[in-house]
Design a protein around this ligand. Structure first.
Ligand code: ADP
Length: 152
């Protein structure tokens, strides 16, 4: 059975933190679906099309990685894709608490799906999309925090 993982997120925009987690997960799975979840209540800086293009350009040529978008519950999407794993990254205790609650909730709903966490690499743990958006809003040099494909 193929080992398929879904890496769900907002990717508004993708950062070198996300990139690091995805790259390190490549040897662990047969396929990784990087999936942009659409949340109607969230205000995004980048449109869905822009965020998707950043991901497509970033992972161009890596066969194991697929880019997609979805709405609704992550577990429903994961099952629809015949995946058994959700991939998430952990930066700090706040991430841990948040991710723990989500993972338990998902597991309560769907026992077949395991969430797999990778710890951020040292030097990447401070990078977050929200801070990158702040840097962009204030005309700072955001390029050192994001893959080359992310350009305004
Ligand atoms: P969400 O809106 O679902 O939190 P994000 O795009 O902000 O989406 O994050 C998706 C995943 O990437 C989360 O598991 C988050 O913890 C992880 N992540 C974000 N930044 C980093 C980083 N610098 N290092 C490791 N993991 C990260």
């Amino acid at each position: 059975m193929e080992k398929i993982a879904v890496f769900p997120g907002s990717f508004d925009p993708i950062t070198l933190g996300h990139f690091d987690i995805i790259q390190r997960a490549v040897p662990l799975f047969d396929k990784i679906i990087v999936a942009i979840g659409q949340n109607a209540t969230k205000n995004y800086m980048f449109s869905l099309e822009e965020r998707k293009k950043f991901l497509i350009d970033t992972f161009e040529g890596i066969d194991k990685i697929e880019i997609d978008t979805y709405s609704g519950l992550t577990v429903d999407y994961v099952q629809e894709k015949n995946a058994r794993f959700i991939l998430r990254g952990l930066r700090n205790p706040a991430d841990f608490e948040f991710e723990k609650a989500i993972a338990h909730t998902n597991r309560a709903m769907t026992h077949e799906i395991e969430t797999v966490f990778l710890l951020t690499s040292s030097g990447k743990s401070y990078i977050s999309s929200s801070i990158v958006r702040d840097v962009i809003r204030n005309n700072g040099d955001y390029k050192m925090f994001v893959p080359d494909a992310v350009r305004l």
